[in-house]
Write a protein that binds this ligand. Structure first.
Ligand code: C2E
Ligand code: MG
Ligand code: MG
Length: 688
């Protein structure tokens, strides 16, 4: 626009040039003309008077010309000064007002100058905008060259590391990385996926960060410049550590809980196997614990359990591992003692010492309490080759000891384990039932905690045997997992769910999101993706209606392979959830690499959420962390209104549990959805 004024200005300049030339010419011509007039006058009048007037006229012309030149020069100087002032302002990033454009060469210059100012202003504003975005970001942003040289950092980076910008620009990115813990970030392959590293601050503090690295300007950019966006995850790490601690340690006795004990037993067995050694497992149960509880109250019961843990810890060799497996059941791993004669002698002695020590009376609230315990003993590898069987066999020996009257210990013998035989029978019965299509799928609704509306359901497989009634998955899924039957069962469940879903869709527009549990073996099938898509296609069910639940342990089994697979499932449109969160050993940060949208808090944490402060901390931390990672959080196993109220206060997203009834048949689920649509449902009152 400014540029378009320039041609209009050129004629003005020409006019001024002509005027100036005319003025100069008149300066020369007027005296000449006057001289001519003087010549004529000389002929007819007095000479002296005439010359006087000529001189006056000449002087006047000269004075006026001088004034005119002086004015033009002054005007020009003012314009030039104005231009200079504006240029200085621009240098200091002060854009001021645009210059007034007047005709003339300087006017053209002013117009060009204004044009330049406008362009510079636009660039500066957009640069300032980017700067203000960068400096108001909470994430530390670091831009590096392809060779890892830092080109730019934002305020959050300086804040995180305690350096001035100028101290970082020009150094290698590895200057701020704790190389001992994180190696090098130079040449990092940008993937856009969050990774973890340790940065080191100016004061030598190691800071855990979660960061992403991408190419600046996209993959195609030739410069290879990278942009790192890092977040301080110290708090998250601390919270996770606490969750993990609370999840592994029994809150009452402060010794490992069942989950942790099994994990430690697994490690001990692996060590014993490597060293070709034996180990010995004691399974201990307090005799008539229920009576102590009933007679003296729960507080006395708690004190009894604490006393058992203390006495076991004091009486056992320091390297022994003690755990509380359930209510009044404890277990001990004694490494290095085998079933050979000398080993057996030592175990006899130790077992008797423990029972004697436990039988010492103690006082609770002024009452003297007598307690005894019974003990079952099994050896690795003689009695069982793995954790599950070793615990089961020690338990079988304990059962035997109890039957003898208590306050004794028994060694495991194969004949004690009728359960093992039963297990074998169950396996073949399950196969037969499956082939005869005798399995069922029940649905447990999930409710939106804010509105009380049904959001979807979890599909749970059931097995009904005429002689035993309904068998729950916890009793037969592990058996199915031992064989490939779990693959067939899993696929059948998926098929059944899609069939039911198609049926529901005919009655209600949106039957919600249905989740299906997946086992590791299913996930490992080479053609899993194809199978799942073909099932969805054949029932015309949208993948977005389905959620796959995968346990934390399954996810971490082979993370790299699992990420690829889950990415493909996610790309299909399926939702993915982590099941039984909190019972595994992975970190939530590690979970970030999977395309997971839902976190399911294991019911073991929910059970005492309104009564046990430790469980309350675990649950509230998981809910908070889930929210921070933009995940929906489902609390499983809600049985009481107190638990519901607690979870509501925390801002948990969804709940499921027996509080709203037992998992139901497909027909009952659609009835529930219909009653909700008609407003005749009853469950919603619970959420008010
Ligand atoms: P899960 O996926 O954690 O399922 C939740 C379990 O909690 C279900 O047990 C459910 O009935 C139970 N539950 C729900 N609400 C409550 C409550 O308020 N209190 C209590 N105490 N329990 C509640 P279920 O049906 O016995 O299933 C156990 C596990 O078996 C499931 O745990 C899941 O891991 C597995 N499972 C079930 N169906 C399938 C399946 O189709 N395929 C595979 N691979 N696993 C399955
Ligand atoms: Mg589940
Ligand atoms: Mg679960």
């Amino acid at each position: 626009m400014i540029g378009s004024q320039v041609p209009r200005i050129a004629p003005f300049a020409r006019t001024i040039a002509i005027a100036a030339t005319s003025l100069a010419l008149s300066c020369l011509c007027v005296p000449a003309a006057l001289a001519g007039v003087a010549g004529v006058a000389r002929v007819g009048g007095s000479n002296a008077g005439t010359f006087f007037w000529i001189e006056v006229a000449s002087a006047l012309v000269l004075v006026f010309s001088g004034i005119a030149v002086w004015m033009v020069a002054r005007y020009q100087t003012r314009r030039i000064r104005e231009l200079k002032r504006q240029a200085e302002k621009l240098r200091d990033s002060d854009f001021g007002e645009p210059l007034h454009v007047r005709p003339g060469e300087l006017g053209e210059l002013a117009a060009v100058f204004n044009d330049m100012r406008d362009k510079l202003k636009a660039t500066t504003i957009s640069r300032d905008y980017v700067d203000s975005i960068l400096s108001s970001m909470n994430d530390a942003i670091i831009v590096t060259s392809n060779e890892g040289k830092i080109k730019r950092v934002n305020k959050a980076t300086s804040h995180l590391l305690g350096y001035e910008d100028s101290e970082l620009v020009g150094t290698s990115i590895d200057y701020i990385v704790n190389s001992r813990k994180s190696g090098t970030l130079v040449g990092d392959t940008p993937s856009g996926l969050p990774r973890e590293a340790f940065f080191e601050s100016k004061f030598g503090e190691s800071i855990p960060v979660s960061y992403t690295c991408s190419f600046l300007g996209g993959k195609e950019a030739e410069s290879g410049d990278r942009i790192y966006a890092a977040q301080n995850i110290t708090e998250r790490r601390r919270a996770e550590k606490r969750i993990r601690y609370l999840a592994r340690i029994d809150a009452l006795t402060k010794i490992p809980n069942r989950m942790q004990f099994q994990h430690l037993l697994q490690r001990s067995i692996a060590r014993a196997r490597r060293g070709a050694r034996a180990l010995c497992l004691f399974y201990i149960d307090i005799d008539h614990f229920k009576e102590i509880n009933d007679t003296f109250g729960h507080l006395a019961g708690d004190t009894t359990l604490e006393t058992v843990a203390e006495r076991l810890t004091a009486a056992l060799p320091q390297e022994s591992i003690i755990g509380r497996l359930a209510g009044d059941e404890f277990a001990v791993i004694v490494d290095g003692l085998g079933p050979d004669k000398p080993g057996r002698k030592q175990v006899d002695l130790l077992a008797q010492q423990l029972l004697d020590r436990l039988a010492d009376p103690f006082f609770v609230q002024g009452h003297e309490v007598f307690m005894t315990a019974s003990m079952g003993i099994a050896y690795y590898p003689k009695d069982a080759p793995n954790v599950i069987d070793l615990i089961r066999n020690a338990d079988a020996a304990l059962y035997h000891a109890k039957k003898t009257g208590g306050n004794v210990f028994s060694y495991y013998e194969p004949k004690m384990n009728e359960a093992a035989v039963e297990r074998l029978m169950t396996k073949s019965k399950l196969k037969r039932s499956f082939e005869r299509d005798e399995l069922l799928v029940h649905y447990q609704p999930k409710y939106n905690l804010e509105t009380g509306e049904v959001f979807g359901a979890e599909a749970l497989v059931r097995w009904e045997l005429p002689e035993r009634g309904m068998i729950l998955p916890s009793d037969f899924i592990p058996i199915a997992e031992e064989t490939n039957l779990i693959i067939e069962i899993g696929e059948w469940v998926l098929d059944k769910v899609c069939e039911d879903f198609r049926f529901w869709q005919r009655s209600v527009s949106s039957p919600g999101r249905v989740s299906v549990n997946l086992s590791l073996k299913q996930l490992r099938q080479p053609n899993f993706i194809n199978r799942i898509s073909s099932i969805l296609r054949s029932y015309e069910v949208s993948p977005t209606s389905l959620e796959l639940e995968i346990t934390e342990t399954t996810l971490m089994e082979n993370p790299e392979r699992t990420i690829k697979l889950l990415d493909q499932l996610y790309a299909l449109g399926l939702h993915l959830a982590i099941d039984d969160f909190g019972t595994g050993y992975s970190s939530l940060s590690a979970m970030q690499q999977f395309p997971i949208s839902t976190l399911k808090i294991d019911k073991s944490f929910v059970r005492y959420v309104s009564t046990n402060p430790d469980d309350a901390t675990i649950v509230s931390t998981i809910v908070q962390m889930g929210k921070n990672l933009n995940m929906d959080v489902v609390a499983e196993g809600v049985e009481t209104e107190d638990q519901l109220a607690f979870l509501q206060k925390l801002g948990c997203t969804y709940v499921q549990g027996l509080l709203f009834g037992n998992p139901m048949s497909s027909d009952s689920y659609i009835e529930l959805l219909l009653s909700q649509a008609e407003g005749t449902d009853t469950h919603r009152a619970l959420f008010a």
